[in-house]
Design a protein around this ligand. Structure first.
Ligand code: ADP
Length: 174
C-alpha cells in the first residue's frame, strides 16, 4: 500500500548470567524468538555472583551454540552488559525484557525484580515464559555441581556446553 509504514521490528532482551547456558535457557530463547523480530541475549558480567566462566567465555559459548543449533523466527544476538538492566534495555532499544519462570524457585525473585525495573523505567515491560516441564529443575548451578561430581549432564545442556564445562572443570582441578 503506498504510504503504508513498515511496523517497527520488535526487539526482545533476554538477560541472565548464563554460567553456563543450559537447555532450559535455550528453550526460552527458542520460544522468545517466535515472539519478537530480534532477540538480544544479554550476558550479565556480575562478578559478584562468582561465575565459573568469564563473561567473554559465556558470550562465546552462546554464540557457538547459536551457530551449532540455529534458532528460527528471529535474528539473535549475544551481548555482554555490566550496567543496570533497565539502562541496558534502553540502550539497545528493547521493547520487552524476557525472563523464564520455573514453578517453585523463581517467582518471588522475578516478581521483585520486575517491579523494581518497572519503578526504574516504566517504559519497559517484562514478559515471563513458563519453563517447560522438562526443564523445571534445570539450573546453571545444578549443572555445574553435577558436572563437578562426575554426573551425567547430557540432558541438561547442549552437547557443546557439556564439552566446554567438563573441559573447564578439568583445568580447574588440575
Ligand atoms: P540470573 O542470574 O539473571 O537469574 P540465570 O542465567 O540464572 O540468570 O537465568 C536467566 C533467566 O532464565 C532467569 O529468568 C531464569 O529464571 C531463567 N531460567 C533459568 N533456568 C531456566 C529453565 N530451566 N527454564 C526456564 N527458564 C530458566
Amino acid at each position: 500500500m503506498p504510504g503504508a509504514r513498515m511496523p517497527k521490528p520488535r526487539t526482545g532482551l533476554y538477560p541472565g548470567t548464563f554460567d553456563p547456558i543450559t537447555a532450559g535457557h535455550y528453550d526460552i530463547v527458542r520460544r522468545a524468538a517466535r515472539m519478537v523480530d530480534h532477540l538480544i541475549i544479554g550476558v550479565a558480567s556480575n562478578a559478584g555472583k562468582g561465575p565459573l566462566f568469564q563473561v567473554e567465555e559465556r558470550v562465546a559459548l552462546i554464540q557457538d551454540c547459536l551457530s551449532a543449533y540455529p534458532i528460527e523466527g528471529a535474528t539473535v544476538e549475544v551481548r555482554p552488559f555490566g550496567t543496570l538492566l533497565v539502562d541496558f534495555a534502553r540502550d539497545v532499544e528493547a521493547d520487552v525484557i524476557v525472563r523464564g519462570l520455573r514453578a517453585v524457585s523463581d517467582f518471588e525473585y522475578e516478581f521483585e525484580m520486575a517491579m523494581m525495573n518497572k519503578r526504574l523505567n516504566d517504559q519497559i515491560e517484562t514478559a515471563f515464559l513458563m519453563a517447560s516441564e522438562a526443564y523445571q529443575f534445570t539450573s546453571s548451578r545444578f549443572v555445574k555441581e553435577i558436572g563437578r561430581l562426575g554426573g551425567d549432564i547430557s540432558s541438561l545442556v547442549p552437547p557443546l556446553v557439556r564439552e566446554r564445562l567438563l573441559g573447564k572443570i578439568q583445568t580447574l582441578t588440575k
